[in-house]
Design a binder for this molecule. Structure first.
Ligand SMILES: *[C@@H]1O[C@H](CO)[C@@H](O)[C@H](O)[C@H]1NC(C)=O
Length: 309
């Protein structure tokens, strides 16, 4: 009897040791270096600086971007960028920079990417003003209270049930990113475009949830590779017993205050349209002119031929 209990205890002890050895990895950050008992993890964020991180939650985007810049400098990672403008929402068209973070992982309102060119960012680290010099003032960090995740899923032989899809997305957002379900305000689905639009929104003034982390982890999941240590799975909600794979994502950020970016690209676009229209008109006029000239010539030769006859 006693031997039996001892054997069980020994087995349990062995299991516990095994589990603790195994759990000394960082679930939410595959690049983290973990060590010791209790297990602590740090992330290299440039110049050999080791940033301690909490691996039970998503890592702040500012730390992740610093780590990514550091890795890029050492030739270890790549990043794809892209997107288009949409209403007052802003898209991260600038791509990666080396951000300055507060101790708790928040972005500093003013960012300069180690250069003389500076700009103001929102709480997701996305530029929301024009670029200026070192004297630029950013009064405070403006909070992103709404992110719109626009996903396109890969083609599937069978039709996707709309309601099941919505439920699966909400479920996956909660289980994968620990996103509070009450923040998922709306999920829309367009089967023809294979497009899913998820609105994650919090109350203005709420400073507990950080929408930028969910958006960033999701962007990485779809565009590059998961940031999680367990890389077996991507963001693939299971719909009707089948994993739905995503092929595209665009993230729109809506801040508590509208951005003050001047639409330079828009005026550029308008100028381009005007140039094209003017060129088309000139081409049209030239065509008419030459056509008439040729017709006149034709009539003349015809007349001459008639006279000769
Ligand atoms: C930040 O600087 C790096 C190189 O130092 C550059 O590759 C990157 O494009 C810059 N990012 C922005 C947003 O200016």
């Amino acid at each position: 009897m006693k031997m039996w209990i001892l054997a069980v205890l020994a087995a349990l002890a062995a299991l516990a040791v095994g589990a603790s050895a195994q759990s000394c990895t960082c679930a939410t950050m595959k690049w983290a270096v973990c060590d010791g008992t209790p297990c602590t993890c740090t992330l290299l964020v440039g110049n050999g600086t080791k940033q301690p991180i909490d691996c039970t939650a998503l890592v702040p985007k500012c730390f992740l971007m610093k780590a990514e810049m550091d890795r890029a400098r050492r030739g270890q990672s790549t990043r794809t960028i892209g997107g288009k403008q949409h209403e007052t929402a802003i898209v991260d068209n600038d791509g990666i920079y080396d951000p300055e973070c507060e101790n708790d992982g928040k972005f500093k309102a003013k960012q300069c990417n180690n250069t003389d060119v500076c700009w103001c960012v929102n709480s997701a680290g996305v530029r929301r003003t024009d670029k200026g010099d070192q004297t630029l003032k950013c009064e405070k960090l403006v909070e992103t209270h709404w992110v719109r995740l626009q996903l396109t899923h890969k083609e599937r032989p069978t039709k996707v049930n709309k309601d099941n899809l919505k439920a699966a997305i909400a479920n996956e957002l909660n289980s994968r990113y620990k996103l509070n379900p009450s923040l998922v305000k709306e999920i829309q689905y367009d089967p023809d475009a294979r497009m899913i639009v998820v609105d994650v929104k919090k109350e203005i003034g709420e400073r507990i949830s950080d929408l930028s982390r969910v958006a960033y982890y999701m962007e990485k999941d779809v565009k590059v590779l998961p940031l999680f240590t367990d890389q077996k799975r991507n963001f693939t909600p299971s719909v009707d017993g089948q994993d739905l794979e995503m092929e595209k994502i665009i993230v729109y950020y809506v801040d508590e205050e509208p951005p003050t970016i001047t639409m330079k690209h828009l005026t550029g676009g308008i100028i381009a349209v005007i140039v094209v229209v003017v060129l088309a008109v000139i081409a049209g006029l030239l065509a008419v002119f030459f056509f008439q000239k040729r017709q006149r010539k034709y009539k003349k030769t015809q007349q001459r031929e008639m006279e000769q006859m």
